[in-house]
Structures are given as C-alpha cells and as structure tokens.
Design a protein around this ligand. Structure first.
Ligand SMILES: C[S@@+](CC[C@H](N)C(=O)[O-])C[C@H]1O[C@@H](n2cnc3c(N)ncnc32)[C@H](O)[C@@H]1O
Length: 309
C-alpha cells in the first residue's frame, strides 16, 4: 500500500483542498481518502495548482461542497458504467446527437455535475493529472521555446487546458470552441477568475463544419474524439483549421465508459491510426492508466495523448 503520510496538506497553505478532503471523508465514503492519496503521489506542485483552480472556480465553502457533490455523482455514474463495460467490452450504443441532448445541452447536469466532476477528476484521477503534466512539459514548453503567440482549443469542456496555457505563457492569446453553452460559461468563469480573460475568447461553434480564419499554429483538443460518431471526419476538420507547420495536442480516453463516450478506443494504436488516416504525423505520445486492473484482462481506463503535426 502507498504511504499516504509522505506529503501532508498544510491547512494554512491549502485550506480549500483540506475542506474538500474533509467533505469527501464525511459525505462520500467511496472517495474518502482520494485527496490524501493524490497529494502523496504528486506532492506540493499538484497542491498549489489544484488549490489555485479550486479557489478561482469555487470561491466559497458552499461552492466547494456543491462541487464535491457534483464530482461524487459524476464519478459514481462512470464507475457504474465501467462495471457494465467490464462485463460487455462495449459502450452503450448512443449517437453524438443523443449525447448532446442528454449531456452537453443539459445545463443543470453540466453545471452541477459534469463540469465540476470533470474538473476535479483532472487532479484526482492519476491518469488525468499525468496527462496534464505531459501537456505542460511537452506541449506548453515547446510553445514557449518557439515563441508561440496564439492557440486554439476545440472542445474546451472545463477550460482547464486553455487556462493553464494562458497562465503559463503570459503573452499568448487564445480562442476556445465548443458546442455546449455550459462549457462556454464554465470556461469564461475560470479565465475571468484567473485574470487572463483579456487574452481569450470562447465561441460556440463546430469548427469542423466551418473552419476558422486565420488558421492556428497551435491546436489543443483534449478528450473529444471518443465523444464522436466519426472521429476521423472530425480530425480532418481539425486539420483544416491548422496553418502549414502547425502542431496539435490531441488526446482520447481509452476503455473508459461514460454517459457521453460513444466511440470505443481499446488502445493507443487505434487512436494513432485515426490520426494518420486524417493526415497527421506523430511527434510524441503518452499513455497512462487509471489504476491496476482487478484481474488480468479486465479493461482499465487510460488517457492517451499525442503531439502531432
Ligand atoms: C470531456 S469534455 C472535453 C474535456 C475538456 N477538454 C477539458 O479539459 O475539460 C467534452 C467536451 O467536448 C464538447 N464537444 C462534444 N462534441 C463536440 C464537437 N463536435 N465540437 C466541439 N466540441 C464538442 C462537449 O460540449 C464538451 O464540452
């Protein structure tokens, strides 16, 4: 067992994280020690980043309690679906249109459960946080060295990746695109609270239908492919938004059942095959698993991220 005493959260430095840990311990036993485990795994830098985002988005004790409740509903729902997936090795059949009305255009679910849940998962689920670290070290760092001035993110969801980019690269401007009004609202709240809103704007549109002008040199698209009926058509649409020589950071969730996961990627090679079919060339990739399988052969959620051009 991992020693969860290695890194202790200091109440004076991280009051929001400590409140979140207490709320989980008291109200949501299935995730009772997830904050302490993550802190022990990732240490001080993780705590600093997480505390900053939590303070920005959930500025009162009531807001944190509500976000934690949203996370618990989000996580329990995906655990139930994952149990069915472990038995059937298939996602429940659904179209993008069905997922859109059930999830992306369901404001109450988005604002109270899906977006807070997804946001917390980016820090509380090891494979999600490792993917964020890969983004920071491999993509943001490359943008910094290249003197990037702008970027485009498609499928902003919580807005976490755009916010990180804007904070880490203080002269970069960005545009975020999504189809969900709730994702727009949530992301705008985050960039405003972090004080980077004057370098960013969000548009509600499907870029694969009508490409943006000017084309971007740096594109980010995190966990959208598995939400689509035809990921290759979408990837071709993304390419039409990229200038010659542009780089993209594109990810997909593998073997991860969720209410809006439609296209089942069983391994990273399948995602890479789609990227190549759409005309991309691989530069780097990264894969992380959520946890150890309960038995050999049991599928485990994974995050797969690709830097392509
Ligand atoms: C799992 S979230 C993506 C995670 C997000 N990048 C983050 O960091 O939080 C899926 C998002 O993709 C958006 N989406 C789904 N289909 C889309 C499409 N065809 N074009 C753009 N966005 C889409 C949804 O509205 C939702 O906000």
């Amino acid at each position: 067992m991992r020693d969860t005493t290695q890194y202790k959260l200091d109440q004076t430095k991280f009051p929001v994280l400590v409140q979140m840990a207490e709320t989980l311990r008291t109200n949501h036993r299935f995730a009772a020690d997830i904050v302490e485990r993550s802190a022990a795994l990732f240490g001080e830098q993780w705590a600093i980043e997480f505390e900053r985002v939590l303070r920005a988005l959930f500025p009162s004790a009531e807001a944190i309690t509500a976000a934690v409740k949203g996370y618990a509903i989000f996580a329990m729902h995906s655990m139930r679906l994952q149990a069915v997936f472990e038995r059937d090795f298939q996602y429940k059949t659904k179209t993008h249109e069905q997922a859109s009305s059930e999830v992306y255009f369901n404001e109450k679910h988005m604002m109270q459960e899906y977006l807070p849940g997804l946001l917390l998962s980016h820090f509380l689920w090891p494979h999600h946080y490792r993917q964020l670290q890969f983004f920071d070290s491999a993509f943001v760092q490359t943008m910094r060295v290249a003197g990037a001035t702008s970027f485009m993110e498609v499928g902003i969801g919580t807005g976490l990746y755009s916010s990180l980019l804007l904070r880490k690269l203080p002269s970069v401007r960005g545009i975020g695109l999504d189809i969900s009004p709730s994702s727009k609202l949530f992301t705008e709240a985050q960039v405003t609270a972090l004080g980077v809103e004057n370098r960013y704007h969000v548009e509600l549109r499907d870029v694969t239908a009508v490409p943006m002008e000017p084309k971007t040199d740096w594109l980010v698209c995190v966990e959208v492919l598995e939400h689509l009926d035809d990921p290759v058509a979408f990837l071709r649409g993304l390419r039409r938004n990229m200038a010659p020589g542009a780089r993209a950071f594109i990810t997909a969730a593998l073997n991860a059942a969720h209410a809006d996961h439609i296209y089942l990627y069983r391994n990273a090679d399948q995602v890479l095959a789609h990227l190549m079919e759409a005309g991309f060339t691989l530069e780097q990739f990264f894969v992380a698993a959520a946890y150890k399988p309960s038995a050999p052969g049991v599928p485990v959620p994974q995050a797969a991220a690709f830097i392509v051009f």
